[in-house]
Design a protein around this ligand. Structure first.
Ligand code: SF4
Length: 332
């Protein structure tokens, strides 16, 4: 007698597009790789270059050494390059590097630098500045650190927006972290505008194109699927926001997962459709790993749901431009 063949249940994976690496992350990783190629090992990186352990481990294996602060770099290695992460750094960090005669390369995403410039302009125009963002995130520390301590007030929630009291009678202006929830931020801005009708807003949205596009794709997919997986790290702001967006868009099971080995299979029992996306710092290979893990248990069909095209790319720092292929030296 032949044994009955076990058929796997069917699962449709709706793959969000765009997902994964954005232009700023791509550029930051390239800066570390090209610096290793040009200057040899070791190259120091201040803070995780992007919030993804897989990426960081890969760069460590190639000869990058990650530190949280410049004083962790041994004095003998001060001539080695040190790279600042994509999240940006307070002004004191490059100042400190110059004082120590260090050679640094700045991998701050140009869209974060744009927010830094806005803060400076508001300050020069004598405006009181509010930053909408999450306390403790390196981007927020970097943006607040463009100006002397106490200059920028942090607004994290709608409650903060309701209770904020200006420190002066100067005109108010707000800027935001680049990786926030578009909808949450709109709610906070609405309250600020009602309370302070003259508040100056960014000319062009501070929440970046990559954050916005990834959230839009999740909003399109999440209501149609039984469960949603966001591939990304717990300390990745834009990945956390994608998980929240999925939940709010009506998807009951929505999990942030770093690797296939983290999947809690009990949460995905009995599903017939799965939405899948990745935060801006998560490489595509991890998305493929998740699909393979599901393919072992399900008969998987993958469908892509694309809500935007992305063609943006950023210039490399001057010091590394000679290392890039012509197609990699795109305009900012
Ligand atoms: Fe730049 Fe946006 Fe990517 Fe952050 S998420 S690195 S701001 S493009």
């Amino acid at each position: 007698m032949t044994a009955p063949t076990q058929t796997k249940p069917s699962l449709t994976v709706q793959l969000c597009a765009p997902r994964g690496f954005c232009a700023g992350v791509d550029r930051a990783i390239q800066i570390v790789e090209l610096a290793l190629e040009k200057y040899g090992k070791p190259v120091y990186v201040r803070h995780e270059i992007v919030h993804n352990k897989f990426v960081v481990d890969g760069l460590k294996a190639k000869g990058a050494i990650f530190v949280e602060e410049l004083d962790e770099i041994p004095a003998d290695d001060h001539e080695r390059p040190v790279i600042f992460s994509a999240h940006g750094v307070p002004k004191s960090v490059p100042e400190d590097a110059r004082t120590r005669n260090m050679f640094y390369l700045d991998a701050t995403c140009p869209l974060v630098s744009k927010v830094h410039k806005e803060a400076e302009i508001h300050d020069r125009r004598d405006r009181e500045i509010l930053l909408i963002g999450h306390e403790g995130h390196p981007e927020v520390i970097g943006t607040m650190g463009q100006l002397p301590a106490g200059t920028v007030s942090l607004i994290e929630t709608e409650d903060d927006a309701r209770t904020f009291e200006p420190k002066s009678d100067r005109q108010l202006a707000f800027i935001t972290q680049t990786t926030l929830s578009v909808d949450d931020t709109a709610g906070i801005v609405e309250i600020l505008r009602q309370r302070f009708p003259d508040i100056v807003a960014p000319h062009k949205e501070d929440i970046c194109y990559a954050t916005t596009n990834r959230q839009e794709a999740v909003k399109a997919v999440a209501p149609l699927v039984d469960a949603m997986i966001v591939v990304g790290a717990p300390n990745s702001s834009n990945s956390q926001r994608l998980r929240e967006v999925a939940e709010r868009a009506g998807c009951k099971t929505s999990q942030l997962i770093q690797r296939a080995s983290d999947i809690d299979w009990s949460a995905f029992e009995g599903i017939s459709s799965l939405g899948l996306t990745a935060g801006a710092s998560a490489p595509e290979t991890l998305v493929e790993e998740i699909i393979s893990a599901f393919s072992e248990r399900y008969e998987v069909t993958v469908e892509t749901v694309r809500t935007a095209e992305e063609t943006i790319a950023f210039n490399l720092p001057r010091e590394l431009r000679d290392m890039a292929m012509p197609s990699e030296t795109a305009a900012e």
